[in-house]
Design a protein around this ligand. Structure first.
Ligand code: ATP
Ligand code: MG
Length: 435
């Protein structure tokens, strides 16, 4: 990125940015103080400074320094170096650690970064000075440095103004910076959603046109990024932005194609995102398996239909459909098996809700994945309102005492049939067999 490098940062004092040394956890201060005592520069940088300025609680506190990894290790006994090409230092404090990175440059000299034809950076392994480190970061709001010694924030790129004016802006030429690392497209959306920022027009204008670059990003990195995007507490807003710029068309092509003709799926996915945000806000667990079960459900339903009825048993049809959807999806975003297995289970359990009596219903209720599958059934009501009575029935039965559950499931046939009639059929996708 051969744009102008500003070597003279704004020095913002405590009155303007409001961050005090006391706002920084002790472990992080131990690291910065330790480095400074040995004559190195040491700043807090990135997400933590951004979040503190914005009045949010940072997730973690990262340190940037001019000390080289080997030198950092000499300062702290509990230090481990990780990464092969570009080494980072982790300074450990019991189970906690602080990540310390040596300033990096963009390698505009002889050590040019390796790039693909599209401009993507392959190796990002050149040390640099503080000002270079600031300019190789992605967004201006992510390039603020807090100096705990004098409680100043150093700003080389106008990040503080952008943040106070609720604007997210790439450093340098936006298109070139997105090409260097297309994941920045998703990061733009994520930070805009998380911090309620508007995307600066110059940064925004190439975004939709560059969505296709996400195809080149390694699928494992996209999986991680997807979790940050949708399971960070601002999933709905992030999802809407990612759809707006066409990122979902690239990341979930099958699902988006099916959704184009079905508003129900649209409502279902939005509800899933809103639920996830709620659960995070109220401290309830969320799992990628459930999230991906939702994101891929439209594609799965289509695959089921295409499998037809044929002469294969239903469970085989369902397995084939799931295989097909997962095989197609992992070409874009890898879904580790520890998540794809429970995701399959959530799907495979759906038809079993149609059985509202006897041992099969009882077994369903004691299945370890019952609660997730039931939550998923509730979401499906958004897509297919005919499922409402069935979902209601499963909601009610969970509120009964064990003996009342038994009466409901194993009671007189006549009584139960009456109960059933009043609850509608609601088998949903036409795959309501009991296998
Ligand atoms: P979060 O709160 O989600 O952790 P963060 O800003 O700390 O947000 P990280 O992914 O932890 O994000 O990255 C830490 C810092 O490293 C960023 O603030 C940014 O300065 C820099 N950075 C991270 N990813 C990139 C990237 N793809 N391109 C350039 N700089 C990056
Ligand atoms: Mg971070």
């Amino acid at each position: 990125m051969p744009h102008l490098i500003n070597k003279n940062p704004d020095h913002l004092t405590r009155d303007s940015h409001g961050i005090r040394r006391e706002d920084i956890p002790r472990n992080a201060l131990t690291v910065t103080d330790g480095l400074v005592r040995k004559g190195y520069q040491a700043y807090l940088v990135g997400g933590c400074v951004r979040d503190l300025v914005a009045g949010l609680e940072p997730k973690d506190f990262d340190v940037a320094t001019d000390a080289r990894p080997e030198e950092i290790r000499k300062v702290f006994r509990s230090c481990r170096l990780i990464g092969r090409r570009f080494r980072l230092a982790h300074v450990h404090f019991g189970r906690d650690y602080i990540e310390v990175a040596t300033f990096r440059g963009s390698g505009t000299g002889n050590e040019k970064q390796r790039r693909t034809e599209n401009g993507r950076i392959l190796a990002d392994n050149v040390y640099g000075s503080l000002d270079e480190d600031a300019h190789r970061r992605d967004f201006t709001v992510n390039a603020l440095y807090f100096d705990p010694q004098c409680e100043e924030v150093l700003d080389f790129v106008g990040g503080f103004d952008d943040l106070t004016q609720q604007r997210i802006r790439l450093i340098g030429d936006p298109e070139a910076r997105f090409r260097e690392d297309p994941v920045r497209l998703l990061r733009a959306v994520r930070f805009a959603a998380k911090l309620s920022l508007d995307i600066d027009p110059a940064t925004e204008s190439p975004m939709a046109g560059l969505a296709g670059l996400l195809r080149d990003v390694p699928s494992a990195r996209l999986f991680d990024e997807m979790l940050k995007l949708l399971m960070g507490g601002h999933g709905l807003a992030s999802y809407r932005l990612a759809r707006k710029y066409g990122f979902f068309d690239v990341l979930f092509p099958d699902t988006v194609r099916v959704m184009a003709n079905n508003d129900g799926y649209h409502a279902m996915l939005e509800a899933a995102m809103a639920n996830t945000d709620d659960r995070i806000r109220t401290g309830k667990p969320v799992t990628p398996a459930f999230l991906f079960a939702t994101l891929l459900w439209p594609a799965y339903c289509e695959a089921l239909q295409l499998q037809g009825n044929g002469d294969k048993p239903n469970f085989v049809i369902r397995q084939n459909a799931a295989d097909q959807v997962i095989a197609s999806q992992v070409r874009r975003i890898s879904v580790p098996r520890r998540f794809s297995s429970p995701m399959r289970e959530i799907w495979q359990m759906q038809p079993r809700f149609a059985v509202q009596r006897g041992k099969k219903a009882k077994r369903l209720m004691s299945h370890p994945r019952f609660r997730a599958a039931y939550d998923f059934l509730l979401l499906r009501v958004r897509e297919d309102p005919n499922l409402e009575p069935l979902a209601q029935w499963w909601t009610e039965i969970q509120e009964l005492s064990p003996s009342a559950v038994n009466r409901r499931l194993f009671g007189q046939r006549r009584r139960s049939r009456r109960g059933r009639g009043g609850n509608g059929r609601g088998d949903g996708g036409g795959h309501a067999d009991e296998t």
